[in-house]
Design a protein around this ligand. Sequence first.
Ligand SMILES: Cc1ncc(COP(=O)(O)O)c(C=O)c1O
Length: 401
Amino acid sequence: MNINWIRKQIPWIKNNKNKIYFDNAATTLKPKCVIDKISYYYTHLGINTHNTDSEFCFKVHEKIEIARKNIAKIINCSPQNICFVSGATEGLTMIAHGLAHHYKKAEILLNDFEHASNLLPWYHEKNHGFFTIKFIDVSKWFDEKRIIEAITKKTKIIALTLTSNVYGNIVNYSQLCAKIKKINKDIIIVLDATQYLAHGWIKQLKNIDFIVCSAHKFFGPFGIGFVYLKSNWIKKMQPLKYGGGMNEIITKKNFHPYNNIQKFEGGTLPLAQIIGWQEAIKFIDKIGIKNIFDYECELKKYFVKKLSTIKNLEIYNSHTPLPIIIFNYKGVNAQDFANWLGTKGIICRSGLSCAKLIKNVLKVDSFVRCSLSIYNTKKEIDYLYKIIKSYKKGDELKKIL
Ligand SMILES: Cc1ncc(COP(=O)(O)O)c(C=O)c1O
């Protein structure tokens, strides 16, 4: 794999020569092919698909449907089951809203590793009289066995992230979903694949009801993502958005929504982003998702090996495979430390990174998170190591005070 070639594809790297970008779990940098495609849409096409009186509409429509097909490939499903949304947050809100109206008093299993976007939509529905929420006990660590143990006769929905945005784990989804459905085939499984899809595609859809993701987490544009809905849900579930593009008939009394995926795509879609997103997928395909995964695991191992030799550094997730690493420098406030690293050109993140319940597991109020991607290098990790090694008590306050 040619890391130099990959780095050359990312204009941000060239334009920010003295910076190291270690915040890829927040968003990845964008390759030129994605930026160019978005620009191409606005400079050559620029027309809304709803304008069926112009040839442009048909051209754009065709491109959107080709993109849908290319995007659907990453989870091995039919494009007919992919609904475009603004991202994982909207996707999970749509699912929680749709299921709430179906299963008013359903019990849902959640856990402390979830991102706010896979907690609050369910809380919101609960606060409006739907759902009861039960937390899986993951107090020791995230463990798939715990999920199985938590299932009771009351369990109706399990919503789960495949890769935590702070932990860097990978849930063995095909095995887990098969076990869940074996206990009760009617349990609805909602998978948040937002982080996972940056490192692997989904091959086995059997047993999964819903999948959500955001394109910007894996080299795509902001403001676009998808919800995969198993076919039965397309017919059964209520949409979140009502308006143009999702209705077949409107009378003075009522309306009929479409009975296909369009039903969930009310309003104007972010057309340029959809067209741009498929270029991100082509970019990944060119490198090979397995090559990406292998390289990232190597970076993680290198990072842990090197940085765990620093006496005062406490790493919380050394053993997980993906290159998301959370740590604290003993006795130093995480935000101050991350700010100090920022003054040295290292862009990372501090806090709880939207996974606020994880503090119940880790027993810390905040940490520094470094999350790496395919364009990061061992040399960059060496630089981080050198900087942290050079840290002297109080350094973090010098620029701040
Ligand atoms: C695991 C996970 N789920 C959901 C989200 C929400 O994604 P978005 O803000 O793009 O909707 C994120 C973003 O950090 C995430 O990491």
